[in-house]
Design a protein around this ligand. Structure first.
Ligand code: GLU
Length: 286
């Protein structure tokens, strides 16, 4: 079931190891895993530990144990972003060589919430030094079809402005490294939480400038707590208890909008869930 050679599909789950998985992050993991299996694809695990202050020691190991307990096995050795810095430097240099990067001296306090106004686009103000590095975003509207949310469009230059690739604290920005990794790992399909829908147009702009084919995307609904906030580590979502893996799987399955079905083993759960996912979400492959 896990050989993806034939279909060419390459999906991934890319957790930030800020803590163990919770019900919300399991949804993204499950949806991406189901989609890869339903399409005869490969499923990769990438630990997004680039934002080191947000990482919790040992969370990567815990996440891997949780996935394995739930029967979600990745098909290639996992990668850690913290070990891939030369890739990001090389991609950045390519953009820089095309004149697409500029240094920015603006502090957060100098900027309002809206799009970046382009203050440093034509040079730093006298006496100021660059703190962060921004992409010169080309004009134009990005259009794409999300497999769950439908047709989307965003004028990145107008609505977001030149965004940061290298932060003032010296770290690479998520938007940049995710595109470099998806490109280098040959990811064809991204399935993740809907909170990242808003990042997709930016990521497609970057992919195009770096010469990568932008992956197909599907953004699954987020799980919210009783007050309507996204379930997340920051909002103190409890760690996933995998002591009853079948119950955990069935709960996530129902959270993805499916009806529960009887299964007495984890293997049986996946064997039944994959074709149900395929029938609903991969109509072209039936
Ligand atoms: N690392 C990101 C997160 O955990 C997900 C990145 C992605 O799927 O593009 O929110």
């Amino acid at each position: 079931m896990s050989s993806g050679e034939a279909s060419g599909y390459r999906g991934r789950f890319a957790p930030s190891p800020s803590g163990p998985l919770h019900d919300g992050s399991l949804l993204a993991a499950m949806a991406s895993y189901l989609d890869a299996r339903a399409q005869g694809g490969r499923w990769l695990l990438r630990i997004e530990d680039i934002d080191t202050p947000r990482c919790a020691a040992g969370a990567d190991t815990l996440i891997m144990q949780q996935l394995q307990t739930l029967g979600m096995q990745w098909d290639e050795p996992p990668v850690w972003q913290s070990k891939r810095l030369p890739n990001y430097e090389a991609a950045f240099a390519r953009l820089q060589a095309q004149g697409l990067i500029y240094g920015c001296a603006c502090t957060r306090r100098m900027l309002s919430d809206g799009p970046y106004p382009g203050t440093c686009r034509h040079g730093l103000p006298p006496g100021r030094t660059a703190r962060a590095w921004r992409l010169r975003v080309p004009q134009g509207t990005v259009h794409f079809v999300d497999r769950w949310q439908g047709p989307q469009s965003q004028d990145v230059a107008g609505e977001v402005g030149d965004f940061i690739l290298h932060r003032a604290d010296g770290m690479w920005a998520y938007q940049f490294v995710v595109v470099v990794d998806d490109g280098l790992q040959g990811i064809t399909d991204i399935v993740r939480g809907n909170d990242l829908l808003d990042s997709t147009a930016r990521q497609r702009v970057l992919a195009q400038l770096l010469g990568y084919e932008p992956p197909r995307v599907m953004h699954v609904p987020l799980l919210c707590d009783r007050t309507g906030r996204k379930l997340s580590k920051q909002n103190h979502a409890p760690a996933l208890d995998v002591s009853h893996p079948l119950d955990t799987l069935q709960r996530a399955w129902r959270n993805l909008g499916f009806a529960a079905f009887p299964a007495s083993t984890i293997q049986e759960f996946w064997a039944r869930a994959v074709p149900l996912w395929a029938a609903r979400h991969c109509p072209d492959r039936q």
